[in-house]
Design a protein around this ligand. Structure first.
Ligand code: SF4
Length: 981
C-alpha cells in the first residue's frame, strides 16, 4: 500500500494500459454480448488473472462490427458497482415497506418460502400470482413459466415503453422498427427520422447513418428536440409533441392529391383496392365485402385475407381479390363507388382513405404541429418524388405468393425510423398507423431503400398469437391453454368475463385497452392495491424500478406499495423483487432475489423472443459467463427454472414426475417449442451440423462460445425483399417455425380488425359488447382508418394555464435508471436540467442555470433549468431517470443525483377523469401504452430564499445487508496489479 501511495505523488503513470502484463500473468479475451443497453452488441471482455481489465467491441460481430459506445465500455464499472446486491434478503418482520430493513437468508430458505407460497396459489387460484418483468430479454422463458403456472397476469415492460410502435405497425404491415425491421440506409436516398433521440439500435444505426451520410444521403429529423442522431441531420423540423399524426395525415393528403403514390404496389400488395361495405346499420358495415358462396370460404377478417372483392376497371365487374383481381388483364380500381349484385354499396378502401385525408390540408396540420404549411407540402413532395422518380431496379428476381415471377426488385429509396416520441402518447397507435400507411402508399415496405423486415418478421396481420380469452381457462394446477399475451383480431379474443369486466390485473385485453399486446405494467400496483378486479397474493417484479422511474405519479405508487387494509395487512400481500442493484424498488420488497450481471450469466437472444436479426437473415446470440457470480447472486433464469422444477410445471417435468432440466443452460439446449425448434437456431442436431431446425445439440453452448456467441444465417438474395408476399420466403419461414401459415401478409391500410371492435361498440354485432361507459370510447378510437386526435390529457387540462408540453428522453450515456451507480457514466450525467428554449425561459423570468418550479395540474418539481436552442419553444424536456431517491443505488447521502437531479414522473398522472366520477388509465385507448409524453406544464422561477435542491426529496434508505458498497479496492487502475493495490 505504501508503494501505491508513493506512486500517487510520483510523475510516473499509475498504470500503463499498454505495458506488457507482469511475467506469469494469465491474460484472456472472452467474447459475449453487451447488456449495457438493449441493442446487444458483440463485445470482447479482456481479463488478466481472471480479473476484468476492459471491454471493447467485437470486430467479428455482425451487429456492431467492433464499435462500442460509452455505456458498453463502462460495463466494468457496473460489474463492481457499490449498488450490487449479493445475497437473498427477507424484510424484517414488522418493518414497513420502503424502510429497507432486511435480514439475509440462504437461497434454500428463499426457495422454501417462495416455492410453498406459489404452490399454494397455484393449487387454489393461480391468477393471484403476477409476474411482471422490466426490460429483460428472456420473455420466451418468463412467459412460458407464467403460462405453465396458469396465471394470465404476466407481461414485460412493453406497455409502458413502445407498444404503440409495435402494435400500430404490426396491425398494419406485420412488422415494426428496431428488432422487427428498420430503414435500409445502404440504399436509401432520403431518410426521415421521427420521434427518435439516441435510442434503440444505437451502434448499428450510428454505423449505418455514417455510411449513409458519406454516400450523400439526405437526413431529415422531425422532433421537438434536436438531440442524439439528429445532431448530424441535414435538416431539423421541430414539431409539437403528440402532433405527428396530424403531420402524417397532411403528408398523405398531398401525396394522394398529387398522385405521388405507388399505385401498382397498392393494387397488388395492400388491401387498398378491396371493397368495403358502405351500407349502414348492418353487421357488415365497414367490413370487407365478400362472396357469400360457402365454397369461397369465410368472410375475410383480420386473420383471413381471403374472400374479399375488388372492382376490375377492364371488365367493369366485381371479382375476387385473389387471384382474379391481381391476374394479368385485370386492373383493380383504387377509387370510386360501386354496387354489388345484391345492391350493397361498396367502395375500395383506398377511396375511403382518400376521403379521410381530404380535409387534412397542410394548413390544417400547420395549426396543430407548428410546421409551416409550405414545409409540409415540400416534405411530402420530397418523399413522393424520391420514392417514385429516383426509384431504381435491382437485378434480384423473386416470385410472389400467387406465382408471378418478378425479374427485378423495385427499390423505393425513402426510409423512415420512428420510436418512443411517437409511441408514448395516448394517440400513438393511430399516429403510428398513419405512419405505416404513409410508408405503404410510397411502396417502401420491404423494398430496397425503404423499410426492411428482420426474421421472424413479418408476422401475419393480425399475428396468429391469440391470448387466453375465457375465465374457463383459469383452473388450479393447470397451465393456461393459450398464452397470457397475444394479438386480438376481434372482440371474441379479449380477456374478459361474461359481464365484460377485465380478467387481468392490469386490465389488458379488456374493453379499456383491447389491443394491449404487451400488457400494462404501469397499472399493476394501483389495480392490485385497489383489488381491481381482484386481489393478488404475490407480485413478482424483475428488473423494473416500479417505486421510481417506471411509474407515473411516483409518490402515490410508493404509498400504495406500503398500503395496508383495516387488519393491518398489506394490500399487496407479498412483493418479490429481483434485481442486480439496490434500486428504489428494493426497499419495498418482502423478498429480494439478487440477480447476476450480464457478465456472470448465460442468456439467449432467441428467435422465440427478441433476436438480433439483420435484414438479410436471422441472427441469434448468447451471453456466456465470463466472470463467476458475485456473492450469492443467482441469474433470474435459474430462479425461474428452479421454481418451475419445484412446482412441477408440466413443461419442466418428465412424465415420471422428475425435474426435466438441470439448469438454465440445459433448458435452452433441450427445450423445443416445436419439434426441432428451440431457443437457439445455430449448431443444432446431435453433432451441431444443422441450423435453424434440428434435434437438440448437447454442445450447443460451446459452439456459440467458440463462434463469438452469435449465429447468423444468410438467406439467399431471392428472399431478401418483398417478404410479405415472397413465396419462397413465406414457405421457408413456415418450414422453420417462424410462422404458423405461409399466407401472404397484405398491408392493412384499412383495418377491418379495428372495425370489428367498433361494430361491437355500436351494438351492430351479436357477439361481445363493451360496457355502456366504454361504448363511445371504442367507437371513437377504433377507427379502421388512421386519424389524428389530441392526446387525451389535453381534454382534461386547462391548456392556457399549462401551455407547455413536457417530455423526457433517454440519455445517450445511460440506459434508463440503470447507470447512476456506474462510476464512469456518472461523470457524464450526475444530474439533469430542464432544457428550455431561451425565449420561453426568459418570458418566464428564469435565468440560464437558475432554479425553477415545473408544475402540472397533478404535481410539481423544483429543478435547475438550462437554455437550449435545440428545443422548440412550446416544449420543455429533460433526461429520463437521472434523478434518484436519496440512498438508493448506493449513492452517497446528498449525491448530485438526489440533490440536483429530478424525476419528471412526479408531474404525470397515472389516471385521467372519464366522466361520471370514473377514472381511466392515462394510456392509449387502443393499446394501453402509457401516455408519458402528454403532460402539460408551466414554469416559474424558484424564490430566492428557497433551498437550492430539487424537490421532492425522499428520506434516505439504508444500505441493505450484503450490498457491495465502497469497501472494495479501487479497481480500474489496479486491475492485475494486486501486489501494489
Ligand atoms: S449500443 Fe448498447 S449494446 Fe451496444 S455497446 Fe453500447 S451499450 Fe452495449
Amino acid at each position: 500500500m505504501k508503494h501505491s501511495l508513493f506512486r500517487l505523488f510520483s510523475r510516473e503513470p499509475l498504470h500503463d494500459p499498454l505495458a506488457s502484463p507482469a511475467p506469469g500473468a494469465k491474460t484472456e479475451i472472452k467474447t459475449t454480448t453487451c447488456y449495457m443497453c438493449a441493442c446487444r452488441c458483440g463485445i470482447r471482455v479482456h481479463l488478466r488473472d481472471g480479473e476484468l481489465r476492459y471491454i471493447d467491441g467485437n470486430p467479428e460481430h455482425p451487429l456492431n462490427k467492433g464499435v462500442i459506445c460509452a455505456k458498453g465500455a463502462s460495463g466494468i464499472m457496473k460489474q463492481v458497482s457499490p449498488a450490487r446486491l449479493t445475497q437473498p434478503l427477507l424484510r424484517k418482520a414488522g418493518s414497513d415497506r420502503g424502510a429497507g430493513e432486511f435480514e439475509p437468508i440462504s437461497w434454500e430458505r428463499t426457495f422454501e418460502i417462495l416455492g410453498a407460497r406459489l404452490a399454494r396459489i397455484r393449487a387454489t387460484d393461480p391468477k393471484k400470482f403476477a409476474l411482471f418483468t422490466g426490460r429483460d430479454q428472456m420473455q420466451a422463458l418468463t412467459g412460458l413459466f407464467a403460462r405453465q403456472f396458469g396465471t394470465p397476469n404476466y407481461a414485460a415492460h412493453g406497455g409502458f415503453c413502445s407498444v404503440n410502435m409495435a402494435a400500430g405497425m404490426i396491425y398494419t404491415i406485420g412488422s415494426s422498427f428496431w428488432e422487427f425491421g428498420g430503414p435500409d440506409l445502404d440504399r436509401a436516398k432520403l431518410f426521415v427520422m421521427i420521434g427518435t433521440a439516441e435510442d434503440h439500435h444505437s451502434n448499428p444505426l450510428k454505423i449505418a447513418l455514417g455510411k449513409f451520410k458519406r454516400r450523400g444521403g439526405r437526413f431529415i429529423s422531425i422532433n421537438p428536440v434536436r438531440t442524439g442522431y439528429s445532431a448530424i441531420a441535414d435538416e431539423w423540423i421541430p414539431i409539437k409533441p403528440g402532433t405527428d399524426g396530424a403531420l402524417f395525415m397532411a403528408l398523405l393528403h398531398v401525396l394522394i392529391g398529387e398522385g405521388l403514390v405507388d399505385r401498382a404496389f397498392l393494387k397488388r400488395f395492400t388491401n387498398a383496392p378491396q371493397l368495403v361495405v358502405l351500407e349502414t346499420g348492418c353487421d357488415r358495415e365497414g367490413m370487407f365485402a365478400h362472396d357469400p358462396d360457402p365454397a369461397k370460404g369465410p368472410p375475410g377478417d383480420g386473420r383471413e385475407p381471403h374472400n374479399k372483392l375488388v372492382f376490375d376497371t377492364i371488365s367493369k365487374t366485381i371479382m375476387a381479390a385473389y387471384p382474379e383481381g391481381i391476374a394479368d388483364g385485370a386492373d383493380a380500381a383504387l377509387e370510386g363507388h360501386y354496387v354489388l349484385a345484391d345492391g350493397t354499396k361498396v367502395a375500395p378502401s383506398f377511396q375511403l382513405l382518400k376521403e379521410r385525408v381530404e380535409p387534412c390540408t397542410p394548413e390544417w396540420a400547420s395549426a396543430i404541429t407548428g410546421i409551416a404549411p409550405e414545409r409540409i407540402a415540400k416534405l411530402a413532395r420530397e418523399m413522393g418524388e424520391t420514392a417514385l422518380q429516383q426509384a431504381f431496379e435491382m437485378p434480384i428476381p423473386w416470385t410472389d405468393a400467387w406465382g408471378k415471377k418478378h425479374e427485378t426488385t423495385q427499390a423505393r429509396p425513402v426510409a423512415f425510423h420512428a420510436m418512443r416520441g411517437l409511441a408514448a402518447h395516448s394517440n400513438g397507435f393511430q399516429t403510428i398507423r398513419a405512419l405505416a400507411v404513409l410508408m405503404s402508399v410510397l411502396g417502401t415496405i420491404d423494398a430496397p431503400g425503404g423499410f426492411r423486415h428482420k426474421a421472424p418478421y413479418p408476422r401475419h396481420v393480425v399475428p396468429n398469437f391469440r391470448a387466453f380469452n375465457s375465465p374457463d381457462m383459469l383452473k388450479p394446477n393447470t397451465p393456461l391453454n393459450a398464452a397470457p399475451l397475444g394479438f386480438p383480431a376481434n372482440p371474441e379474443e379479449l380477456a374478459i368475463n361474461s359481464d365484460g369486466s377485465p380478467m387481468r390485473i392490469d386490465h389488458a385485453f379488456s374493453w379499456e385497452h383491447p389491443l394491449s399486446a404487451h400488457g400494462l405494467m404501469h397499472r399493476v400496483i394501483t389495480n392490485a392495491t385497489r383489488g381491481d378486479p381482484y386481489r393478488l397474493d404475490t407480485l413478482m417484479i424483475f428488473m423494473a424500478n416500479m417505486a421510481w422511474n417506471s411509474t407515473m405519479d411516483t409518490m402515490a405508487v410508493r404509498e400504495m406499495l406500503n398500503a395496508k387494509n383495516v387488519d393491518g395487512d398489506f394490500q399487496i400481500p407479498f412483493l418479490v423483487v429481483c434485481d442486480a442493484f439496490q434500486s428504489e424498488t428494493v426497499a419495498f420488497a418482502d423478498l429480494v432475489l439478487p440477480d447476476t450481471t450480464y457478465l456472470e450469466r448465460h442468456d439467449v437472444m432467441s428467435m422465440l423472443d427478441r433476436p438480433i436479426s439483420e435484414f438479410d437473415g436471422p441472427v441469434d446470440a448468447v451471453r456466456v459467463p465470463v466472470l463467476p457470480p458475485t456473492g450469492q447472486c443467482k441469474p433470474f433464469q435459474e430462479v425461474i427454472i428452479e421454481l418451475a422444477g419445484r412446482l412441477q410445471l408440466p413443461a419442466f417435468t418428465t412424465p415420471e414426475g422428475r425435474r426435466k432440466f438441470k439448469d438454465y443452460p440445459d433448458f435452452v439446449v433441450n427445450f423445443e417449442a416445436q419439434p426441432g425448434v428451440g431457443f437457439l437456431m445455430g449448431w443444432r442436431g446431435k453433432d451441431g451440423t444443422e441450423h435453424l431446425r434440428g434435434a437438440p445439440n448437447p454442445k450447443q453452448w460451446e459452439m456459440y462460445a467458440a463462434n463469438n456467441c452469435v449465429f447468423q444465417y444468410h438467406l439467399p438474395e431471392s428472399m431478401h425483399f418483398m417478404r410479405n408476399w415472397n413465396r419462397e420466403y413465406l414457405d421457408f419461414a413456415k418450414a422453420h417455425g417462424w410462422r404458423q401459415k405461409n399466407d401472404v401478409v397484405q398491408l392493412a391500410l384499412y383495418s377491418d380488425t379495428l372495425q370489428s371492435f367498433r361494430l361491437a361498440a355500436q351494438g351492430k354485432t351479436k357477439g361481445r359488447q363493451p360496457p355502456e361507459h366504454l361504448r363511445e370510447r371504442i367507437d371513437t378510437y377504433f377507427d379502421p382508418l388512421p386519424f389524428w386526435y389530441p392526446p387525451l390529457e389535453d381534454a382534461a387540462t386547462d391548456i392556457e394555464a399549462y401551455p407547455l408540453n413536457a417530455i423526457t428522453q433517454r440519455p445517450m450515456a445511460m440506459y434508463h435508471s440503470w447507470d447512476s451507480q456506474n462510476a464512469w457514466l456518472r461523470q457524464i450525467h450526475s444530474h439533469n436540467y430542464l432544457q428550455v428554449n431561451p425565449l420561453t425561459a426568459q418570458k418566464a423570468g428564469i435565468a440560464d442555470g437558475g432554479w425553477c418550479w415545473v408544475e402540472s395540474q397533478w404535481g410539481k418539481v423544483r429543478c435547475m433549468l438550462r437554455y437550449s436552442e435545440a428545443v422548440e419553444p412550446g416544449t420543455v424536456w429533460t433526461w429520463n431517470a437521472i434523478g434518484k431517491a436519496d440512498g438508493a443505488w448506493q449513492l452517497a447521502p446528498g449525491a448530485d443525483e438526489s440533490r440536483k437531479g429530478f424525476l419528471l414522473n412526479h408531474l404525470i398522472s397515472e389516471e385521467l377523469p372519464q366522466g361520471a366520477g370514473r377514472t381511466i388509465s392515462n394510456s392509449d385507448p387502443v393499446t394501453g401504452q402509457a401516455g408519458w409524453y402528454d403532460v402539460r406544464v408551466r414554469i416559474r422561477p424558484a424564490e430566492p430564499e428557497e433551498t437550492e435542491a430539487s424537490s421532492p426529496q425522499i428520506a434516505a434508505t439504508p444500505a441493505v445487508p450484503g450490498v457491495l458498497g465502497k469497501r472494495q479496492k479501487p479497481l480500474a487502475y489496479f486491475a492485475g496489479k494486486k501486489s501494489s493495490a
